[in-house]
Design a binder for this molecule. Structure first.
Ligand code: ADP
Ligand code: MG
Length: 360
């Protein structure tokens, strides 16, 4: 069994009112691995999770755990028979049970064993000493951590989490996220985490499946998705982007920022060159004169500062470009707030640009 993924989601399609809200979705998750389903609201993330949990039924495709079928067109194991832990957005604690009773609810074993496990988990979620309290005496964030402890208590093989951290305030969130992750890794749980926040996915995931309109548009390690997005929208999901346009001639595109490689695009193809603000450099020294600093940097182009804002760990400067009157955004990792109207020269890291055929 060791070679089988812990969770295998195999081409599932889920239909509501004649509409495919999840179509042909496939991914695998190994023990101790975190898969993030990432995408905008309504793209089918929660539905996918509910199919894995057995709360929703797919019209086609299969869900397997360690090679055993949990559901397909014929089989449909009920949620409680799947060995799957769930933490959903609208978690519900049993209001008439204490915190400790909530956490121990699904546990088997003798009283001392259960008490030990409950104590261990409450410590892990930073709620030691809260065991005897009633849920309503806790804040929303504390209740969320109890729900987390309860889901972890039976040591599920697979943990499904639907935006479980969105109710926590910022101060707590990072700590709880990292703690949760560590706990799940230690226990060798395969995790599917749903989120619409790219930062959360980058922080938590071993693999990201980027979803849009019910399908997975790209799957891979965070680094790969960020640095080799499948299309313009995939690039834009993770940060602000800049877009300039051009036409391909001999696998090259000529622009005011120099030539870009466009391998595989036939002559005459209209393309969009996409790059992130962090890969725009302000060329303080040259002002368009003299040799280029490095071959990656291409040709400096002049823009006029339209707006500059300090963002905390960087400054974001927007330029109106001479060559087409469009806006290019640059981030500078320092306090840099030039006055609007200031002319400056920009270069872009050509090795960090993405060239996509323009969609019609
Ligand atoms: P996400 O979690 O990515 O925000 P969902 O999976 O909740 O998206 O929803 C995907 C689409 O399916 C949405 O358009 C939503 O309105 C629709 N949908 C979800 N559940 C149902 C249902 N039980 N009946 C009909 N439509 C549904
Ligand atoms: Mg959802």
């Amino acid at each position: 069994m060791a070679d089988k993924p812990r969770l295998d989601v195999d081409r599932i399609t889920c239909r509501f009112d004649g509409r495919d809200v999840v179509r042909d979705v496939s991914f695998t998750v190994r023990a101790g691995e975190v898969m993030c389903l990432l995408g905008p609201s309504g793209c089918g993330k929660s539905t996918t999770l509910r199919v894995i949990a057995g709360i929703e039924r797919q019209v086609s495709g299969a869900v397997r755990a360690d090679g055993i079928t949990l559901s397909d067109e014929q089989v449909h194991l009920p949620p409680e028979a799947r060995g799957v832990g769930l933490i959903f957005q609208d978690f519900a604690l049993f209001p008439h049970l204490s915190v400790a009773q909530n956490v121990g609810f699904g546990l088997k074993g003798n009283k001392a064993e259960i008490a030990r496990r409950v104590h261990e988990l409450l410590e892990r979620v930073d709620l030691a000493g809260y065991g005897d309290k009633a849920p309503h005496m806790l804040s929303g964030g504390e209740q969320q951590r109890v729900a987390l402890a309860r889901a972890l208590a039976p040591r599920p093989r697979i943990m499904l989490m639907d935006e479980p951290f969105s109710g926590l305030d910022n101060r707590l969130r990072d700590g709880i996220r990292d703690e949760t992750l560590q706990l799940l890794k230690e226990e060798g749980t395969a995790v599917v985490l749903v989120t619409h926040e790219p930062e959360e996915a980058m922080r938590m995931a071993d693999q990201i499946a980027l979803m849009r309109d019910g399908v997975i548009v790209q799957k891979g390690a965070p680094y790969n998705i960020y640095n080799a997005p499948a299309d313009k929208a995939a690039a834009a999901f993770f940060s602000d982007i800049n877009v300039i346009r051009g036409a391909v001639q001999g696998a090259l595109v000529d622009t005011a920022f120099g030539q870009f490689l466009a391998p595989g695009h036939p002559d005459g193809t209209e393309v969009e060159i996409v790059f992130r603000p962090q890969h725009v450099k302000i060329d303080f020294d040259r002002g368009g004169r003299g040799p280029n600093p490095t071959p990656q940097d291409g040709t400096p182009a002049r823009g006029i500062v339209a707006r500059a804002r300090f963002m905390g760990h960087e400054s974001l400067v927007e330029f109106r470009m001479d060559f087409d009157g469009g806006i290019v955004k640059a981030t500078v990792p320092a306090v840099f707030l030039p006055k609007p109207g200031t002319p400056l020269w920009l270069t872009v890291r050509r090795d960090r640009c993405f060239v996509f055929a323009k969609k019609r």
